[in-house]
Design a protein around this ligand. Structure first.
Ligand SMILES: Cc1cc2nc3c(=O)[nH]c(=O)nc-3n(C[C@H](O)[C@H](O)[C@H](O)COP(=O)(O)OP(=O)(O)OC[C@H]3O[C@@H](n4cnc5c(N)ncnc54)[C@H](O)[C@@H]3O)c2cc1C
Length: 382
């Protein structure tokens, strides 16, 4: 049976799909989100929630600019969500510390981020003593740090939940348990999608299916355009809070302190296929990193652990833009920074769907770089 669904169908109810659906509905569009599980069920609720536009950036360029623009939206976005649905997403501008264990490490960090200072961003060099003023729990091995005072954090689970509720309140329809298996086309145009044997029709479709995006038949994404990269997190409980903000280890990995004393120790970066498990080795790794940063965490009880998949692309840039069929768009592949980039991505893709010119040049994120030429066969509505 064909369901005349809406102006736009969004495949996937993570932060990307829900933020986009909210923005589209606020612009007057009727939107249907099809979600295979529940909104926020996957990476969006598993993230650490670090809004590290600066600490995560390795070079100047479009991704850095996109991250800064998105980070700047969060104070207002958090207030908007509180107003709309009464949920506090715990946005806090706690800053991020990039720690090092010797002089050479500090010099290397300085060199790595000098370009950000030149670009007018705040980056502060701290001695070990100065760093301990910000994070008193830092261990004896920590020799100094760079501080990114404008990087921030929020609670991804609250954020994902607030987005889906706000979208629903704005008029978005959600169908949960709806696994989209195929994008339907009609000649050169998108016609809708197939989910659970049901055809949902709409003139616009957005693939926001996170790590699963390449599995959507007819979306035009090559099999490995987006792949799952597993991350494991261990949560500890500390009272009083043992970590104030986010501290990043020179070995990779981090600890994130919540206001109520929870400390997230993350995260592994593993090619593990679709194996969504917490492993002994993964836990050992993130805890070892955490205890080197803040040795006092050794006495903290472990309260939770989880794993999920970052949607990774071959060049670590997201895929944002029109796809091969007219009316088909992609908003996926945000990898390690999808929480950060969700605010701006929602606005950019809303503008694409509505036929407006987005405020960013999306060429660097073009879907074409990851599509397979043979992925589409236009054989009428399928
Ligand atoms: C351990 C870990 C730590 C992270 N830390 C951070 C961080 O600190 N800061 C940051 O910015 N980012 C972080 N990330 C990355 C961030 O979580 C992701 O980039 C972001 O959540 C991606 O959002 P999404 O909506 O694209 O994907 P998802 O949240 O995975 O949502 C995709 C949704 O689509 C649904 N779906 C998939 N296929 C289909 C289908 N065929 N039909 C219907 N529904 C479908 C899924 O069920 C899912 O709900 C982290 C990720 C992990 C795993």
């Amino acid at each position: 049976m064909a369901v005349r669904a809406s102006d736009c169908i969004v495949i996937g109810g993570g932060v990307m799909g829900c933020a986009l659906a909210l923005r589209l509905a606020q612009a007057g569009a009727s939107v249907l989100v099809l979600e295979k599980a529940l909104p926020g069920a996957e990476a969006s609720s598993a993230a650490a929630g670090i809004l590290a536009a600066q600490e995560e950036a390795r070079e100047p360029g479009p991704l850095f600019e996109l991250g800064l623009a998105s980070r700047a939206r969060f104070p207002a976005f958090a207030a908007e969500l509180r107003e709309l649905v009464g949920i506090d997403v715990a946005y806090r501008r706690t800053g991020v510390l990039a720690a090092c264990v010797d002089d050479a490490g500090l010099v290397a960090l300085e060199a790595r981020f000098a370009w950000q200072r030149a670009a007018g961003q705040r980056v502060v060099t701290l001695s070990a003593d100065e760093a301990r003023v910000l994070e008193p729990g830092l261990g004896p091995r920590i020799h100094g740090a760079l501080s990114f005072p404008d990087d921030a954090q929020l609670e991804p689970r609250a954020y994902a939940r607030a987005l889906s509720l706000a979208a629903a309140r704005a008029g978005v329809t959600f169908v949960t348990g709806a696994w989209v298996t195929r994008v339907l086309d009609e000649g050169e145009r998108v016609a809708g999608v197939l989910a659970g044997g049901e055809r949902y029709l709409a003139p616009s479709v957005v693939v926001a299916a996170g790590s699963w995006s390449s599995l959507v038949d007819g979306a035009g994404l090559a099999p490995h355009a987006v792949r799952p990269l597993r991350g494991q997190i261990v949560e500890l409980e500390t009272r009083p809070p043992a970590v104030c903000g986010t501290i990043v280890s020179p070995r990779g990995g981090y600890v994130v302190g919540r206001a109520d004393g929870r400390v997230l120790c993350g995260s592994t970066m593993e090619e593990a296929g679709w194996d969504k498990v917490v492993t002994a080795g993964g836990m050992a790794h993130v805890l070892e990193v955490a205890l080197e940063l803040v040795p006092g965490l050794a006495a903290a009880p472990v309260t939770a652990s989880w794993a999920n998949f970052r949607p990774a692309t071959l060049d670590a840039l997201p895929l944002i833009g029109p796809a091969a069929l007219a009316g088909l768009f992609v908003a996926t592949g945000h990898f390690r920074n999808g929480i950060l980039l969700s605010a701006i991505t929602a606005e950019l893709v809303r503008d694409l769907v509505l036929g407006r010119t987005p405020e960013f040049d999306l060429t660097p994120f073009a879907v074409g770089r990851a599509t397979a030429a043979s992925a589409h066969k236009n054989t009428g509505v399928r």
